[in-house]
Design a binder for this molecule. Sequence first.
Ligand code: UTP
Length: 471
Amino acid sequence: MDSNFKNLLSQYDQSQVLNFWEQLSADQQRGLESQIQSIDYEELKGLINQAFHKSESSINPDSISPLQNSICLPENEKDREKWAHARERGHKILDAGKVAAVLVAGGQGSRLGFDHPKGMFPIGPVTDRTLFQIFFEQLLALSNRHGVRIPYFIMTSDATHEETESFLQEHSWFGYPQEDVFLFKQGTMPAVDDKTGKILLKDPSTIAMSPDGHGGMLKAMQRANLFEEMQKRGIDYLFYHQVDNPCVSMCDPAMFGFHEEQGAEISTKVVAKREPGEKVGVLAEFDGKQSIIEYSDLLEEMAQDYDETGRLKYWAGNIAIHIMNRSLLEQLATGDSRLPVHVAHKKVPFVDDAGQQHSPDEPNAYKFERFIFDAIPRAKNPLVIETSREEEFNPVKNAEGNDSPASSQAALLARAHRWMRIARYNCDENAKIEISPLIALEPHDLENQFTDSELAGAKIVLSPNSGDDEK
Ligand code: UTP
């Protein structure tokens, strides 16, 4: 062990990570050493301090007020014209090749309990199309339609990188040009004991590290030179989405149109909350700046409050779909303007000083994460755009119940039927229909494409050249 690092560990009172050093193989020592070197001890010291002094409710309710401005779903002809105009403008932005997309797929997906990266989850109601395939097909359809290249940045973590890469390679990137796909790994942060502030070891040769949250994306993009890649390609805007929502409308032109028209540095899609108590972060104002207020920070009486039109005052549920300007991201990736770190109290398996392994039943450690939505209050003219939950937000989060594979797949199926009805087809209402994004990104794309006989059957797959419509 490099004596500088030994001294550093002792200076920060973290020498316990070397407890088993003498018993490790040369390979294990190298692995542990590189983990030790990856930690910013001064930053960690501050975070431990923050964790130990965090009060139960750190947010003053008087600082929270309802959202001032938002673009809501169209209700009348004038609104529809406004949306059509934004869509037109968005098409031009896409035509000009100013857009890249980023997928954050580094999470551990512990609630779902799926043994692979979540993007590999089969969600198609008929074909078991995976989440990854749905995203790649959307981008392929868009880039063909607009005659441009749309780089796709995919953030992985130690937990998901290798499997994600080999899965995508095995499937030839679902036909997407490989030179436009960039996998990059997010950083990690050590977990510390909640009583002593000491870094925990997962086993004698490994520090208990976990991904540094979706907000780790900024630093990780910078490390991978992706801002330079964007700049080189003349790209100003980044479309951001998460891995668990198969209904996301990637690079939605209307969203881009509104974003540019309003001179926003960041835009966020929201859906109306299902009920006052829904456990979702809401877009509101905090200290006069647009921010996301986590559901646990919203007092019950505020969550239940309605305005004079009968709408919840805190109605705008965050669905984690954003557009962000490259210039804002670059600025937030560095120095003093970096996103804040949040502390989470979690169960973390560890090995104690005597070498005994523990799998705690209660939270025993603090973990540290950055959240991408903390970029919102830092942005100029942040914009909120409403979308329909049925159409665009049906995530796979939990193993069962709400936001589960069953509810998400049912929503995809219902959406396929709805699109077919809008495009004036009569399908058997019990038919299982799956629409590849390569065939349609919106209902209008389906019009006049199929004959009645192609649509007769219990299972219908609408894919280009598939020839595999199951009857
Ligand atoms: P979630 O908050 O749902 O976390 O992530 P998770 O780790 O995937 O799932 P649970 O909570 O353990 O069940 C929302 C999105 O942010 C990504 C996830 O991959 C998902 O797309 N994410 C989360 C990261 O990329 N990195 C992280 O460190 C955390």
